[in-house]
Ligand binder design. Structure first.
Ligand code: BG6
Length: 489
């Protein structure tokens, strides 16, 4: 199966923070792969803009190195890199001053192409950038801006950011990235739910016992200690990525697969989320790796804050208070330095109401697992008879749809989330981007939870590196007579 590539319209993409970590790791290598795949038109331009005083050739060299380090793709042949680098420009710019703006304005002048501005910078600069884009005449109605997370650190700051951006841009021009929405399986989740008759009739509290969403990472906080210690797993992962996954699982079928129809349904889910009881939250901090404390120190050492109460792990239980989901708990869990890198959503169906095979055959449950990474794919656990003579014994077997196997090497080639999302910006498709009210609603649910544990003065519980988090997380499930699914690579 050969994947179809539809070239986008000619564009000029300005990346503010064009020398930064995200640009080097994700945005630029992603653009290069789209170039190799034939999706980026030959006359498209990518304009790096950052504080460093480097010349265009210096920037091209930096980007070439980043691409060598963080990857071209299978379609990138020798020689393509030079052609891609020709598409790059660079402007040294001062986000808070005037330096560089006239030059950028000249580069963007008289362009009848798609104009997009990627704010890959600290949110404290969003307002300055937006204001200057306007005063230099670049914020016309057709311009698009892309903003990265964190989008605020609570409801008040998110509102403020939304208000600031709204002074210069319409909501239809603002693309708030949550890169989880760009992951292949996340979109496939919508295809599976709304493209098949099979699942939707069972997709409710009558048939679903509970839902688990786990995003486990093996990495620690690395060099991001300063940012992370002010955020923690709740702000860094739950408020955005896990909430988005929950929305896609829980939402009603939108009337159309278009930006507002999808986002309206997600918003309804967020607004229906119940507050979380204190005893339905477990927070943890990872311990050092025994024998390798120097390279893998404990969380507090890693962030340089010996008294930190920020969580690097969180597990919680919530409910979506509506007709479809009343009575079905949603368990969310995410953490750093866990036993494996594994992101999975599991829909655990209820037991059959009556077993005709007798108790000795055992009770079995269907589980639909949607694996985001690694080995993306969807598996449905079904119960069958164990082959052979000797009576009716039941076993569970997976109906496996690992995409790489099912679709073959070409159809199964996965496109990085950033690659897809940047192309969506150019196409002007906001479906996989968060709307302002959605982000605010997500903070509206998150804020009281964080305020609660801060007021109660709760410290996170330590957990061993390479584990599944603190024991209390298993105990939370055990109290509900349930178990977390194993975190497996
Ligand atoms: C980012 C978080 O948004 O997502 C990081 O800030 C986290 O802390 C990352 O490591 C995980 O993304 P992925 O795509 O590697 O699962």
């Amino acid at each position: 199966m050969v994947s179809r590539v539809i070239p986008v319209d000619p564009f000029d993409l300005v990346i503010f923070g064009g020398t930064g970590d995200l640009a080097r790791r994700k945005i630029l290598p992603g653009l290069f792969r789209r170039y190799c795949a034939g999706q980026m038109p030959d006359d498209a331009r990518v304009i790096g803009a950052a504080r460093s005083e480097i010349a265009r050739d210096g920037y091209r060299e930096m980007v070439a190195e980043a691409i060598r380090e963080f990857g071209g793709g299978p379609a990138c042949e020798d020689g393509t890199l030079d052609a891609f680098l020709e598409r790059l420009e660079y402007v040294a710019i001062d986000a808070r001053g005037e330096a560089g703006w006239t030059e950028l304005q000249a580069l963007m002048a008289a362009s009848d192409r798609v104009e997009a501005y990627y704010f890959s910078v600290a949110p404290s600069l969003f307002g300055d950038l937006a204001e200057r884009l306007q005063s230099y005449g670049m914020a016309d109605d057709a311009a698009r801006i892309v903003v990265e997370k964190p989008f605020g650190r609570d409801l008040a700051s998110a509102r403020e950011l939304n208000r600031t951006l709204a002074k210069y841009f319409h909501e239809t021009q603002i693309y708030r990235i949550d890169h989880y929405l760009g992951k292949e399986t996340v979109q496939n989740l919508m295809a599976v739910r709304f493209g098949n008759m099979l699942f939707e009739p069972l997709w409710n509290s009558q048939y679903v016992d509970h839902i688990q969403i786990t995003v486990a990472e093996t990495v620690g906080v690395g060099g991001r200690g300063e940012y992370y210690d002010k955020s923690g797993a709740m702000r860094d992962m739950v408020q955005n990525h896990l909430m988005q996954l929950l929305c896609l699982i829980a939402m009603e079928p939108p009337a159309r697969f278009d930006p507002d129809a999808v986002r309206d349904e997600k918003l309804k889910v967020i607004r229906a989320l119940e507050p979380v009881e204190p005893h339905h939250i477990v927070r943890g901090q990872y311990e050092a790796e025994p024998g390798d404390e120097e390279n893998h120190p404990d969380y507090r050492t890693a962030v340089g804050n010996p008294r930190s109460r920020t969580e690097s792990f969180i597990a919680l239980k919530t409910h979506v208070a509506n007709w479809r989901w009343a009575g079905t708990p949603f368990y969310l869990r995410t953490g750093k330095r866990m036993v494996a890198r594994s992101s999975e959503i599991s829909v655990i169906f209820k037991d059959t109401p009556h077993s005709i095979f007798g108790e000795e055959a055992g009770r079995h449950r269907n589980v639909l697992s949607i694996r985001l990474q690694p080995n993306e794919g969807i598996t449905l656990g079904v119960t069958i008879k164990e082959p052979g003579p000797g009576g009716m014994r039941l076993i569970d077997v997976p109906l496996d749809m690992t995409f790489a196997d099912a679709l073959g090497p070409e159809g199964g080639e996965s496109v990085d989330a950033y690659e897809r999302l940047v192309m969506d910006v150019i196409r002007g498709n906001q479906t996989l981007f968060m709307r302002g009210d959605e982000v605010e609603a997500a903070w509206g649910w998150t804020d009281p939870i964080i305020e609660g544990w801060t007021k109660r003065g709760e410290a996170p519980k330590p957990y061993a590196s390479h584990s599944e988090g603190p024991d209390a997380s298993e105990q939370m499930m055990a109290r509900d007579h349930r178990k977390w699914r194993k975190v497996e690579p």
